[in-house]
Design a protein around this ligand. Structure first.
Ligand code: CP
Length: 301
């Protein structure tokens, strides 16, 4: 295998290119990390990992940092807002700068879609995608699948309804590809102007979505909308939101998921965020062992 192929195998740019076996391996290793009682196990001594966030984040950034520290790696935090990006430095030059300083892996979040692949081909350390535009958010989907597996044991045959702003959602894309690889059945539910017809999943109405084993609500991504995409928050809630009344129709075994941050009382009622059937905070908790597994894969193989 060439050096470039080895590097590509260690990077994680998306779930579209991962098969069931590779996803299983990551989820199983995450279960190993979750079961550890020692919080810090320094299996990555002397490895430098840079968290390069060119777009805002709370969950992804901090859970990567916790994961890196639990593995005993040296952590560098780059924030675009206080960097030379503000002087016009490009994404490539910024990442190349950190590579030249000797980082061993980079976690990267980008605003635009479609630049990460090219970047990864020009950088000589593994890169892990922490969300790129509306393209992919692979570690979010891995932690989502981990959460579903925790609940149901297997993903094979599971009915998952993903509801909301599919068009702008990297979470929907990574979950679609990952869940299909794992044998789950994925349906989308969205207003006409938030559909992504290029994606291979059937659309259903909100009442049908309530019959799924997993109902995954997506954040209305107001920051990525052209003006006028929704009439009002209340109108969206009425038509597509998971309200308390709708949640009462879910099967007792069904779970509610959301990648967060949540627009309370828009795509999901505030009272449902910590509902007994909600897994929103367990999803965040699961982000740490899943990201430990992904970082370990990048740095130890
Ligand atoms: N779910 C998610 O990616 O959240 P952050 O934007 O806070 O990282």
């Amino acid at each position: 295998m060439s050096t470039i192929q080895q590097l590509q195998r260690k990077s994680l740019l998306g779930l579209k290119e991962l098969d069931r076996e590779e996803i299983e391996a990551i989820l199983s290793r995450a279960a190993y990390w979750e079961a550890q009682t020692e919080k810090v196990q320094p299996v990555l001594p002397g490895k430098f990992v840079a968290n390069m966030f060119f777009e805002n984040s709370t969950r992804t950034r901090f859970s990567f940092e916790v994961a890196e520290k639990r593995l005993g790696a040296e952590v560098l935090n780059f924030s675009a807002a206080v960097s030379s990006v503000q002087k016009g430095e490009s994404i490539y030059d910024t990442v190349k700068t950190l590579e030249s300083m000797g980082i061993d892996a980079g976690i990267i979040r980008l605003k635009p879609s479609g630049v990460l692949q090219e970047l990864a081909e020009r950088i000589r350390v593994p890169l892990i995608n922490a969300g790129d535009g509306n393209n992919e958010h692979p570690t979010q989907a891995l932690l989502d699948m981990y959460t579903m597996r925790q609940q149901f044991g297997s993903l094979s045959g599971l009915n998952v309804a993903i509801v909301g702003d599919i068009k702008h959602s990297r979470v929907a894309r990574s979950n679609l590809w990952g869940l299909k690889a794992m044998g789950a059945k994925v349906h989308f539910c969205a207003p006409d102007n938030m559909r992504a017809d290029e994606l291979d999943a059937p659309y259903i109405g909100i009442d049908e979505a309530l019959k799924a084993d997993v109902i995954m609500m997506l954040r209305v991504q107001l920051e990525r909308h052209e003006s006028g995409m929704i009439r009002s928050a209340e109108d969206y809630r009425t038509q597509y939101g998971l309200t308390v009344e709708r949640a009462a129709k879910l099967a007792p075994h069904a779970i509610i998921m959301h990648p967060a941050p949540v627009n309370r009382d828009v795509e999901i009622d505030g009272d449902l965020v910590e509902h007994p059937q909600s897994r929103i905070f367990p999803q965040m908790q699961n982000g740490v062992p899943v990201r430990m597994a992904v970082i370990e894969r990048a740095l130890r193989g």
